[in-house]
Design a protein around this ligand. Structure first.
Ligand SMILES: [Zn+2]
Length: 164
C-alpha cells in the first residue's frame, strides 16, 4: 500500500477514465480534480501526474503501465462509487466536508456565491428578490441553495461518516 505521508498539503488529483462519478464527488468536497476528456495511456497519465504534482487515481487494470517513478498512485479495483471512495480512503486522507461547493463538480472551476437573477429568468414572484446560490463562473452550472445543496451535503456527510 502506498501511504501518502504529506498531510500538510491538500492533495490535487487526477481521476482517469471510468472514475468520473467519484471524481465529481471529490470536487464537490472541494478538491482540485483533473479529469482527462480523452482516453490517455498509463504513460500519458503518469507524465501528467508528475508534471502537475497530482495524485493519480486510475483503474487497477491500467495501473500496470504507470511509470515506476511515480509514487502517488491509487489503483482502483471496483466500478462502484462507494467502493472507490473506500479504496481512495486507504491511501489518502480525504475530508469529505473539506470545502463543499468551493469547486464546480462539472468543470473544476472555483465557485462563487452569486445573484442568480443575473443568469436565469426566475418566476416573477421571486424575480425581485435577491436569490443567491453557488454558481460556476465558467460553465454556468448553478447549485441551488436549499434542496439541491442539502442533498449533496447529505451525500458528502455519508461518505465522511462511513467507517472505512
Ligand atoms: Zn463549472
Amino acid at each position: 500500500m502506498i501511504l501518502l505521508t504529506d498531510q500538510h498539503t491538500v492533495p490535487r488529483l487526477i481521476c482517469a477514465q471510468g472514475l468520473e462519478d467519484t471524481a465529481h464527488w471529490l470536487r464537490a468536497a472541494g478538491y482540485d480534480v483533473y479529469i482527462p476528456y480523452e482516453k490517455l495511456s498509463a504513460k500519458q497519465l503518469s507524465d501528467l501526474a508528475q508534471s502537475e504534482q497530482r495524485v493519480l487515481i486510475l483503474n487497477q487494470n491500467v495501473a500496470k503501465g504507470v511509470s515506476p517513478a511515480l509514487k502517488k498512485v491509487i489503483p482502483i479495483k471496483s466500478p462502484l462509487v462507494f467502493e472507490q471512495i473506500k479504496q481512495i480512503g486507504k491511501h489518502l486522507k480525504i475530508d469529505w466536508l473539506y470545502k463543499p461547493f468551493s469547486r464546480c463538480m462539472v468543470c473544476n472551476t472555483t465557485m462563487t456565491m452569486l445573484n442568480i437573477n443575473q443568469w436565469v429568468k426566475l418566476p416573477d414572484d421571486i424575480h425581485n428578490k435577491t436569490v443567491t446560490s453557488h454558481g460556476c463562473p465558467s460553465c454556468k452550472r448553478i447549485y441551488w441553495a436549499g434542496d439541491e445543496v442539502n442533498r449533496m451535503v447529505d451525500q458528502l456527510q455519508s461518505f465522511k461518516s462511513l467507517n472505512w
